[in-house]
Write a protein that binds this ligand. Structure first.
Ligand SMILES: NC(=O)c1ccc[n+]([C@@H]2O[C@H](COP(=O)([O-])OP(=O)(O)OC[C@H]3O[C@@H](n4cnc5c(N)ncnc54)[C@H](O)[C@@H]3O)[C@@H](O)[C@H]2O)c1
Length: 258
């Protein structure tokens, strides 16, 4: 039988894709910092990652670093996580949030674009999870949340098309199978599947007109906010979520069944 490893007071969360100013990752980093976590932002954009970490660290009075790395590149991720492990308390949680959209219709999608979408959205989650899991398994404590999308469940219908939907569907199988392997080490693995959220990933900042258009068919009558998604991520990574694993949480204002 597995025993429960208590959460250490000093603990780090690694968030990939948390550098962009209006993104879900940045909001999640801020939320987790407000709950006392040390913050490690790992993003392809090194400059924005450092700036975001500096701002969150000083606003929330927590330790925070930003490191430049490409999640699709194992050597780059290894360097980044080694730096984080040397600078901050033990990594207890990981949020796999780095991702790119892909609005190209299927018949126009090239193999290069397909591979790039999968390399970042799917392979990146594998590479970063495997790297941080070494320490989590040793310490018998860990929380991993990866970001899927309603696009995986409904087959597009928002902005991105087949390559994106397929890569985000992969996250759900990845989550369930990984949860099965690491549960005995006290590590939970979950996915979240947001509907349209007010960030810049769908071809730039959403205009009021686009938001109104996207709201049609959403039970709550609006797109979601990044803070709402951040709150769900923080809960699933937190100490109270130790018996939730292999789950995919919808956060879509009801769009999935409308
Ligand atoms: N906004 C939505 O409606 C929505 C809905 C469902 C799922 N998602 C997912 O949420 C995640 C965050 O998206 P967002 O809306 O905050 O968009 P965003 O564009 O603000 O954030 C994406 C982040 O990923 C980083 N990134 C891109 N390629 C990278 C790489 N190779 N290595 C490391 N970092 C990389 C970017 O620099 C950026 O900071 C994405 O995975 C996205 O697919 C978004």
């Amino acid at each position: 039988m597995t025993s429960i490893t208590p959460f250490p007071t000093e603990r780090t969360v690694v968030l990939t894709g948390a550098a962009s100013a209006r993104g879900i990752g940045r909001a999640a980093a801020d939320r987790l910092a407000s709950e006392g976590w040390s913050i490690a932002i790992l993003d392809i954009n090194a400059e924005d990652a450092s700036a975001a970490a500096a701002e969150i660290g000083s606003n929330r009075a927590v330790k925070a670093i930003g490191v430049g790395a490409d999640v699709s590149d194992a050597a780059s991720v290894d360097r980044a996580i080694t730096e984080i492990e040397g600078a901050l308390p033990p990594i207890v949680a990981l949020a796999n949030l780095a991702g790119i959209s892909s609005p190209t219709p299927f018949m126009e999608t090239t193999v290069e674009e397909w591979d790039k979408v999968f390399a970042i959205n799917m392979r990146g989650s594998f590479i970063v999870s495997q790297r941080v899991l070494k320490g989590m398994i040793e310490r018998k404590l860990g929380r991993i949340v990866s970001i899927s999308s309603i696009s995986a469940q409904r087959g597009g219908g928002t902005y991105s098309k087949v390559a994106y939907s397929a890569s985000k569907a992969g996250i759900i199988g990845f989550t369930r199978a990984l949860a099965r392997e690491v549960g005995e080490f006290g590590v939970t693995v979950n996915a979240i599947a947001p509907g349209p959220i007010d960030t810049d990933i769908m071809g730039g900042t959403l205009s009021e007109d686009r938001k109104a258009q996207m709201s049609e068919g959403i039970m709550m009558g609006r797109v979601g906010s990044r803070e709402e998604v951040a709150a769900l991520i923080a809960f699933l990574l937190g100490p109270d979520a130790g018996y939730i694993t292999a789950a995919t949480y919808d956060i879509n204002g009801g769009l999935q069944v409308s």
